[in-house]
Design a protein. Structure first.
Length: 231
């Protein structure tokens, strides 16, 4: 029992440090965040901090993994695990569910996106991308293999195609995020909305080609949900 309590206390204190680091990443950026910021926030000693993490970089690694494991991976895993869903429906549900969740948190997401694009968080974005490939790629690969078996996809390299898809999505996502954030200074929302729609259509076309899917078979962004970002 004593060992269990100590393990729970250890995990709880690590999570406190991660929670504090996440707040600073969102408010001042990772590069400007210091270990001293965390010490002052939690009223702990430097020795206590180093008992749980050996560096600021170690905190970042753990924080990024926690975000991906807690938010991104479960979202896709539950969809992939559904035996009644065909591959195309799994792909559609993943994109739709992710967009709807972000839209429901619109105010928070806009605040986070501003910080996310800051130069101070470039390393966080790269770490997040690397962790996404590590944790999410196997799940997307599973959808691709299922699609091959069902005859809706036609690719001889599902593992490699999965990585291509993630890179395409990441690149276009960064562009779309910049457009959404630009609405604060550029009030031509209709033009921005049309531009995002064009990028979304380009993404669909690219996905269909790389997956060998029939033209018009993939849908990733619901127009009505997208419009909520411009309301």
């Amino acid at each position: 029992m004593a060992r269990r309590v100590k393990e729970e206390e250890f995990i709880a204190r690590r999570n406190d440090i991660l929670d504090s680091a996440q707040r600073f990443v969102y408010t001042k950026g990772y590069e400007r965040m210091t270990i001293q910021d965390i010490l002052d926030d939690l009223h702990i000693s430097k020795g206590s901090f180093y008992h749980y993490f050996d560096s600021k970089g170690a905190v970042l690694e753990e924080l990024v993994e926690r975000i991906v494991v807690k938010e991104v991976e479960p979202l896709l895993a539950s969809i992939v695990a559904d035996p009644d869903l065909p591959a195309l429906e799994k792909l559609h549900r993943y994109f739709d569910t992710a967009l709807r969740w972000k839209t429901s948190q619109k105010s928070l997401m806009l605040a986070l996106l501003r910080v996310w694009l800051a130069d101070e968080n470039a390393i966080v974005r790269q770490k997040m991308f690397t962790m996404t490939i590590k944790r999410v790629a196997p799940l997307i690969t599973e959808i691709i293999r299922q699609g091959n078996q069902e005859g809706v996809f036609k690719t001889s390299y599902p593992d490699q195609v999965c990585h291509v898809i993630i890179y395409i999505i990441q690149g276009l996502s960064d562009t779309i995020v910049e457009l959404i954030v630009s609405m604060e200074t550029n009030h031509d929302n209709q033009r921005i909305e049309n531009t995002i729609a064009d990028y979304s259509n380009a993404l669909i076309e690219a996905l269909e080609r790389v997956l060998g899917a029939p033209e018009g078979s993939i849908h990733i962004i619901d127009p009505d949900t997208l419009k909520l970002w411009f309301a």
